[in-house]
Every structure is written in C-alpha cells, then in structure tokens.
Design a protein around this ligand. Structure first.
Ligand code: GLN
Length: 227
C-alpha cells in the first residue's frame, strides 16, 4: 500500500542507523500482512530489511518486525514454520522485536507472551474499524504522530514491567517491555518513521553492546536464571 502522508511528511531522518560499518539487518516476518510496507520503511532509514519465514533466517538479524495483518493467520504460520520457540529465544537473547497491530496481538499474553499485555482484537468496533488519530509518543518529542488504525486492537491491561508510551482515549496504544516494542496502529503507512527509528536505535544498542542491560531485556537473561 502506498504511504499515506503523515503529519511530518518527508521529515524522516536521513539514514543514520548504521551501527559501525554495516547496516542493521532487520527481519520482517513475511507470513502474512503488510510486511512490504515495513521493509520499505526500514530501508528508508538505512537498514537492510529482509523477509523472514523460517527459523534459520533469524540468524544474523539485529531485530525483527512482526507486521499488521490477521493475527490468527500469522499465529498459525508461526506454528507451521516452527517459529515460536526460536522467536522466544531471539527475544530472551536480547534482540529487539517490534510488533504492529496484529503483530502486537501475536506478541501479547494470548499468543507468544513476549510482552505482558492483554489485548482485545478489533476493539474499536464495527462502525469505526479504521480511522486515523494523532498520538503523542513518549520519547519521540512533543510533536504528535499520525496513527492509522485498521481494525486495530487495543491494550486492555499491562503488567508491571510494561512501559506505556502512548495512549488514545485512555487506552495504551504504544508500549514497551525491555526489547519488545508494540504499536496498535500502522506506523509503516505514513511518512513519519520516528517509531521505526526508535526501534532501530534499540537494535543498534544491542548490536553495539552485544547485549542489552538486564533491565532492558524481556524475560530472564542467562545470568538471571536460577541455577
Ligand atoms: N484485526 C486484525 C486481527 O485481529 C488486526 C488488524 C491489523 O493488523 N490491521 O488480527
């Protein structure tokens, strides 16, 4: 789908997310949904964006995006391709994952459980299934982000380790727990790529530091697992 114009059209920062000499290599889960738009957004920010369908394709990635689409189909695809445990290992190893819309649902408690959120599918009801709104996202400056909701979920409940980064009508719509970032809308469909840029910053920190500090990781790290 062609990019809609966001409030900050063409304000995308120039490619600057190359950590060291090589571009960040970011996988986009390509089972179903709008993975192409995410690939395009990541490439505009200077990342090497690659489509992922098999567990072995996770090797060598600096991060992974799970796109919007149909969460039941994506979940069935994860089972079919035996990707669930490799994804859990990916996150517990410190590498960041960004889930948008259906990707948020898949990462939440009901499916992979990689972020401690309870989600409600198609939460905005039939009559307002798709709409746009402006949300201010913590850490991305005062300027609001144009958020495109397409039969989106909302977050009904968050666990204590989850940081809510944006809300709409009192419901969290952007949240983060350690190296897992989620948005209930479609940031890949506007020209305002600040959320993708913040995800690449997470991926770059992980690439540079080898591992995220324990406080920024989801789940127990190796050194935290009781013997
Ligand atoms: N309604 C979809 C689901 O529940 C999500 C919609 C989207 O990703 N745009 O899976």
């Amino acid at each position: 789908m062609a990019g809609r114009s966001g409030g900050r059209a063409e304000a995308t920062p120039p490619p600057s997310h190359n950590a060291g000499e090589r571009a960040l290599r970011i996988g986009v889960l390509a089972i179903q949904g709008d993975f192409g738009a995410h690939r395009h957004a990541l490439a505009r920010l200077g990342a090497e964006a690659v489509e992922i369908r098999r567990p072995q394709e996770l090797d060598g990635l600096d991060g992974l995006v799970i796109p919007g689409g149909e969460s039941t189909t994506i979940r069935m695809g994860l089972e079919t391709y035996a990707l669930e445990q490799p994804l859990r290992d990916f996150v517990s190893g410190g590498r960041p994952v960004f889930g948008t819309c259906a990707g948020l649902i898949v990462l939440g408690r009901a499916h992979l459980g990689l972020i401690d959120i309870e989600t409600k599918r198609n939460a905005y009801g039939r009559q307002v299934r798709s709409f746009e709104s402006d949300v201010v996202v913590e850490g991305l400056g005062d300027e609001s982000l144009r958020a495109v909701f397409i039969r989106g979920p909302w977050i009904e409940a968050v666990g204590g380790d989850v940081e809510v980064l944006a809300e709409l009508d009192g419901r969290p719509v952007v949240a983060r727990q350690g190296n897992v970032l989620v948005a209930a809308f479609h940031p890949e469909l506007t020209d305002d790529l600040r959320l993708h840029a913040s995800f690449l910053a997470l991926a770059g920190a992980e690439q540079n530091n080898g591992r995220l500090p324990a406080s920024r990781r989801s789940g127990p790290g190796k050194d935290e697992v009781p013997a």
